[in-house]
Design a protein around this ligand. Sequence first.
Ligand SMILES: NC(=O)c1ccc[n+]([C@@H]2O[C@H](COP(=O)([O-])OP(=O)(O)OC[C@H]3O[C@@H](n4cnc5c(N)ncnc54)[C@H](O)[C@@H]3O)[C@@H](O)[C@H]2O)c1
Length: 249
Amino acid sequence: MSNEFRGLNAIVTGAGSGIGLAVATKLKSEGATIFGFDINKGAMEGVATWIECDVGDSESVKQAVAKVTAEVAVIDILANNAGVGAVGSVLDATDDEWTRVFNINVAGIARVTTAVYSLLKKSNSPAIVNTCSIAASVGLPKRAVYSASKGAVMSLTLAMAADFVKEGVRVNCVNPGTADTPWVARLLAAANDPVAERKALEARQPMGRLVSADEVANAILYLANPQQRSTTGTVLAVDGGMYGLRLPQ
Ligand SMILES: NC(=O)c1ccc[n+]([C@@H]2O[C@H](COP(=O)([O-])OP(=O)(O)OC[C@H]3O[C@@H](n4cnc5c(N)ncnc54)[C@H](O)[C@@H]3O)[C@@H](O)[C@H]2O)c1
């Protein structure tokens, strides 16, 4: 264990499952205290203090941050990771879907960041890491609403980094490829042929496999690490080469 996260306080949204759970688990093993903001407790028992919170609801976020404030005076790391998906082209998307996905994936980040900001400002090494997606930077079929929301997350990350740089608050994001989490397990379970669908998702990534939640969590910890004092406004791909590589078929 290194000492870089020892004694730091972190909020991880969506900490009950998948990438958020992997982030919380790694931060805890590095000596940090974690508050998990999630609508579900999921598997965070023994890893994080579950604070029931819907990032899509302002009142819920305010109440959650009030509970954190009762426990600690400073937050050093905010991992804005909670997100929801949507399947289909623009032709399939309903108004409700546009509103719901943008409210959680994009406004959720703004809402939690705003509510936590005064606690972050008290840290000696404040860092925000947003979970974006490969869908922000390449065109994926049948992911119109979700991709648009993650494109907004990428732009928002850069805008927040610019707004907060003079106050010493670093803001970065990770762009995972398809990651082996309960989210993807649910998508596969809903497919006509889950085995063939998984093979297709694996083949889409040049490394020929899905990314693991731990690999994404490692990247988030790298960006959150107080040692990365000069890293802000960056987008770190964790995508098995999907964004940058073009291989012969
Ligand atoms: N799995 C992938 O392939 C993949 C790829 C790229 C990006 N991502 C992004 O990673 C993030 C985490 O995804 P995952 O695969 O770990 O998913 P997951 O479904 O395993 O976990 C998501 C967690 O977020 C919580 N959550 C959902 N809505 C919430 C809300 N309104 N308020 C608070 N918590 C809420 C869920 O309860 C769950 O615990 C998401 O932002 C997703 O867009 C995932």
